[in-house]
Design a protein around this ligand. Structure first.
Ligand code: 13P
Length: 291
């Protein structure tokens, strides 16, 4: 199968209230591991890249690598740019072939964010791409973007107005989740998802997935979070599995064995999360093959 649009994957997920894992990959190995997990579970998957990863690898190379791999697997895959406050990089990724982008204008006031997000939606339409919008900064810094200071949370009516004025395909509401590892039990506001979906029924995006319980995922997905973002869990598995291998094999210099160990650790993270979100066996949902 080839790369499909975000909405081809998320429309059926939102309609039927299952979640699709949107996993931040960091290189070709982690991309392969996540795709292998999605194939094993016969699940659609969204591959995300942080802006830091795009800058490190290069948009054109990353897209080619991604497309080559996606073409080989029998499940629908969308390619999404995670939090990007930089309009120039939004344009670069859209031109390179990304399925969707999160224009992160949460540092702007809502009026300016609305104007700029509407411009990004118009630009993305020219490429058949979708846009995720956000007005409240997700707590926690992810690959250099975000803030450790809790952001102002707006009434859901402000978010609904932003959604209808901009035409974003999906929206990331502030619901008490945070990027990185939770230091205590998160104070979730799941009712905000329900209220927003009632006001404006578009797919919601759950940020800060690492560390939530299966019950929390299930509840938020049932309320309309059709895209579930996971990044920190993969980074931990990626780094710790290198460390484990090197500590267990201090005198070996055998990259394929070490990378095989890392790949299987990353794959487990993807299997674990995809397995909780209800998307297993949904790779061939009726609308999931249209690009
Ligand atoms: P975690 O890093 O907490 O898994 O959050 C991922 C995310 O929301 C990416 O935007």
């Amino acid at each position: 199968m080839t790369i499909v649009s975000l909405r081809a994957i998320m429309d059926p997920a939102f309609d039927e209230r299952y979640g699709v894992a949107a996993i931040n990959i960091v290189d070709d190995l982690s991309l392969d591991a996540v795709l292998e997990a999605a194939v094993e579970l016969d699940s659609p998957v969204i591959i995300q890249t942080s802006l830091k990863t795009v800058k490190a690898i290069g948009a054109v190379v990353l897209e080619k690598m991604f497309r080559a791999r996606a073409d080989e697997v029998a499940v629908p895959v969308a390619m999404h740019l995670d939090h990007c406050p930089d309009r120039e990089w939004i344009s670069i990724c859209l031109a390179a072939g990304w399925s969707s982008v999160l224009f992160d204008g949460s540092h702007l006031d809502v009026a300016e964010n609305t104007v700029q997000t509407a411009e990004v939606v118009a630009e993305a339409r020219g490429y058949g791409a979708d846009v995720e919008g956000e007005i409240e900064t997700v707590l926690g810094v992810e690959d250099g973007i975000g803030s450790d200071v809790a952001a102002e949370v707006h009434p859901v009516e402000v978010s609904a107005q932003f959604i209808s004025s901009t035409g974003v395909y999906c929206f990331a509401p502030a619901i008490g989740t945070a990027h990185g590892l939770y230091k205590g039990a998160p104070d979730l506001k799941p009712e905000r998802v329900t209220e927003l979906v009632e006001l404006h029924p578009i797919p919601m995006v759950l940020h800060g997935g690492t560390g939530l319980s299966e019950a929390q995922f299930t509840d938020l997905i049932a309320r309309g979070c059709a895209k579930v973002n996971i990044s920190t869990a993969l980074k931990i598995a990626f780094v710790d599995s290198h460390r484990e291998y090197l500590e267990a094999n201090p005198s070996k210099h055998d990259p394929p064995s070490m990378l095989g160990h890392v790949r299987s650790a990353v794959k487990q993270v993807a299997l674990h999360h995809i397995g909780m979100f209800g998307s297993a066996g949904r790779a061939h949902a009726p609308t999931a093959t249209t690009g």
